[in-house]
Design a protein around this ligand. Structure first.
Ligand SMILES: Nc1ncnc2c1ncn2[C@@H]1O[C@H](COP(=O)(O)OP(=O)(O)O)[C@@H](O)[C@H]1O
Ligand SMILES: [Mg+2]
Length: 458
């Protein structure tokens, strides 16, 4: 087999080979020589290829390491990697800064060394959680740093090798000192606000309860004094009748009896008794009606909706709120009997009481005090509706706050007088009735609130 002339380094066989292959013929020796050279050539090429590959891998590895180091270095969160026994294997720059020590001072130490005695979560907790292959999610730790205890929120996970075996733990912590302080303050402020609001809601409830009681007491006062006065008269009549009957039973005769009858004014008593009794009855009935209204309108029970008479609701609300607080108020109620709405009469009564109360508030200190409440059916397309309008002769609602009067806690009244909840409660109630509550000002002055509700029977 001819040898290519290009490879002149093959012209002289190496000495060792010459020696070892001394017995071969010249041609055989040359062929063997060529085969060896070729093998060497191949081996060398393979070596070069592997070297290049290795270098490429090395470069990739270095790049990856650089990338990871860069990541770890630029992380603002504290990173600590441990083995399964809790011995620290690696930390990042943020950890060095947080602990106030270089990596050399941290690596190799047990995790427990890095956690402060006051920590809500301990190294043992971490190892136990990791032992169960569970994650640590947002747990609070206190790190032991050279600057003292440092609270951090920690997330942690088990580290696995490429074959899926657990090899260690990675913990990442974020200092929560400032964040927590800010959060704490916020939570406290929120808590405070909630409490204040609850107190306000409570005082609004107490205030309307107080108004209700005052109004009802005022309302009851009339018929009760009526009953009381008549009962007194009846008692006197009864005393005179008994005295007269005593004489009759004692056997008093003609002229003596006639004298007693005159002295005791028996005829007058007898003629007055029916009127006195019916007066009492009337008063008792009025009391009964007021108590029935009170039951009906003050109950907070959510019964099924019913068709109810608006005139009764309006009358009672006006009686209870306005009459007791503002005896000189000129009240005009024009709500036709039989104007019916669908809903909870008690809740609508509460709305009416609030609207009347606001009108009374607006009229305080005004020279002319008028309250006008009108009711009507609303004609138009869609489901039949009714409207009740409450108008007062107060100053009206300034345009710039007209859009806010239904907001919870919006009030222009001094502390202790208004809670700003009345209208927002009304609004919610009316919304639940699929109705509408609107605030406007009358062209001739004063506020007008329109309560629109689904109508009952036509
Ligand atoms: N009839 C009215 N006339 C003028 N302003 C009113 C009237 N009704 C309500 N307002 C305004 O709406 C605000 C909110 O009313 P409301 O929710 O009942 O709370 P509050 O009565 O406790 O202030 C009142 O503070 C007042 O400024
Ligand atoms: Mg109010």
């Amino acid at each position: 087999m001819p040898v290519s002339g290009g490879k002149d380094f093959l012209a002289e066989p190496p000495l060792a080979l010459t020696g070892a292959g001394a017995d071969f013929g010249a041609v055989d020796a040359e062929e063997a020589w060529i085969a060896v050279i070729r093998k060497m050539d191949e081996a060398y090429a393979e070596l070069v290829r592997q070297q290049v590959e290795l270098e490429a891998k090395n470069a990739a590895l270095e790049e990856a390491q650089g990338f990871i180091a860069g990541l770890l270095g630029s992380m603002t969160d504290v990173l600590v990697a441990c083995d399964l026994s809790g011995r620290v294997e690696q930390v990042n720059l943020a950890a060095e800064r947080a602990f106030g020590q270089l990596a050399e001072g941290l690596v190799g130490r047990p995790l427990a060394d890095l956690i402060d005695a006051s920590s809500p979560t301990t190294a043992a907790d971490v190892l136990a959680t990791m032992g169960m292959r569970q994650r640590i999610a947002d747990r609070e730790f206190t790190l032991a740093t050279t600057d003292g205890p440092l609270p951090v929120a920690v997330n942690g996970a088990v580290r696995f090798d490429p074959r899926g075996r657990a090899v260690g733990i990675v913990l990442v912590g974020r200092p929560i000192g400032e964040l927590r302080a800010a959060y704490h303050e916020l939570a406290q402020a929120h808590e405070h606000l909630k409490r204040t609001q609850q107190q306000l809601v409570h005082s609004e409830k107490m205030a309307s309860l107080g108004r209700l009681v005052a109004g009802v007491a005022h309302e009851l006062n009339n018929p009760i004094s009526f009953v009381y006065g008549n009962a007194h008269a009846l008692k006197r009549y009864a005393e005179r009748l008994i005295a007269y009957l005593d004489q009759v039973h004692g056997g008093a005769n003609g002229p003596a009896l006639a004298k007693a009858r005159g002295d005791l004014r028996i005829d007058r008593a007898l003629s007055d008794i029916p009127a006195t009794l019916s007066g009492m009855l009337e008063g008792a009935e009025r009391v009964r009606d007021i108590v029935a209204d009170l039951r009906r309108f003050s109950s907070d029970r959510r019964e099924a909706r019913e068709v109810f008479d608006l005139a009764g609701v309006v009358r009672s609300a006006v009686d209870w709120v306005a009459k007791s607080q503002m005896p000189d108020l000129a009240i005009l109620v024009d709500v036709p009997e039989g104007l019916e709405a669908v809903g909870h009469p008690g809740h609508i009564h509460q709305v009416m009481m609030n609207l009347v109360q606001n009108a009374v508030d607006a009229l305080e200190g005004r020279p002319e005090r008028r309250l006008e409440i009108t009711g009507a059916r609303l004609d138009g397309p869609g489901a039949p509706r009714v409207v009740v309008r409450v108008r007062d002769s107060g100053p009206g609602i300034p345009e710039d706050i007209l859009g806010r009067v239904f907001d919870p806690f919006f009030t222009t009244k001094p502390v202790g007088k208004g809670t700003g909840l009345g209208l927002s409660i009304c609004y919610r109630i009316v919304e639940e009735h699929e109705g509408r509550l609107e605030a406007t000002n009358h062209p001739d002055g004063g506020a007008v609130f329109s309560l629109i509700l689904p109508a009952g029977r036509p």
